[in-house]
Write a protein that binds this ligand. Structure first.
Ligand code: ZN
Length: 219
């Protein structure tokens, strides 16, 4: 395992990333894109513990446990500049129009330092699979070709697999990577409010099953 600074937050805190595995397709796992969705941050740390103990997969995995660190420290969805990082990515459907302040997309696409780091990473690594850990209603939202991975996770969790979250999400990661760049992206919505224990005992093993499927498809 090696670690590196993935980028800096709007308040110039380092966003830490951990790298596991030295061969095989690149994979990116993000926790805490929304700082108040701590269930995803808990799951990411459960993965960090498992991967540190053993990483048997032929994958080159980058794990960013708390992507929106400023938001997480404030228990706030958005970053320190009040921008929803999952509405700010430079997609064809990015819009400055916003129905509610909590979805604020920023002044321009990719205006936020966190997303500049994320898009630079995605453009240089071209991950064959991206997993973003959120919390909301239990859902596995797939954009691009990752249904088999989602099915592995669904077998453990019983979560529904959907191609759309049910409302418009302009400037989101699923559109940026999954739909517009052909880099399959799974937005994993863990049940909001779930305690640490079931996250570590059910969802972390489910994600490990998903990675096994990801490795088996070998690209
Ligand atoms: Zn979220």
């Amino acid at each position: 395992m090696s670690n590196f600074v993935f980028g800096l937050t709007a308040t110039r805190l380092p966003i830490m990333a951990y790298r596991f595995g030295s061969e095989g397709p690149p994979v990116l796992v993000l926790g805490g894109v929304h700082g108040d969705e701590i269930e995803g941050i808990v799951a990411a740390h459960g993965l960090l513990e498992k991967f540190t103990a053993s990483f048997p997969w032929r994958l080159r995995l980058t794990l960013v446990p708390i992507f929106n660190l400023d938001g997480a420290l404030a228990r706030e969805r958005r970053n320190a500049r009040g921008v929803d990082l999952n509405r700010n990515l430079p997609t064809k459907d990015w819009t400055a129009d916003v129905a509610e302040p909590r979805y604020s997309p920023g002044d321009a696409p990719n205006s936020e330092p966190e997303n500049l780091a994320l898009t630079a990473h995605i453009e240089s690594e071209r991950p064959s699979f991206i997993l973003s850990l959120h919390s909301w209603k239990p859902t596995l939202n797939i954009n691009g070709d990752c249904r088999a991975i989602a099915e592995s996770i669904a077998r453990r969790t019983g979560y529904a697999i959907t191609g759309s979250i049910g409302y418009p999400t302009p400037g989101c990661l699923g559109t940026y990577a999954g739909l517009e760049r052909g880099l399959p992206t799974l937005t994993y919505e863990i049940e909001r409010g779930l305690a640490h224990e079931p996250i570590l005992d059910v969802h972390v093993p489910a994600i490990l099953e998903g990675l096994k499927t990801c490795e088996a498809r070998g690209r």
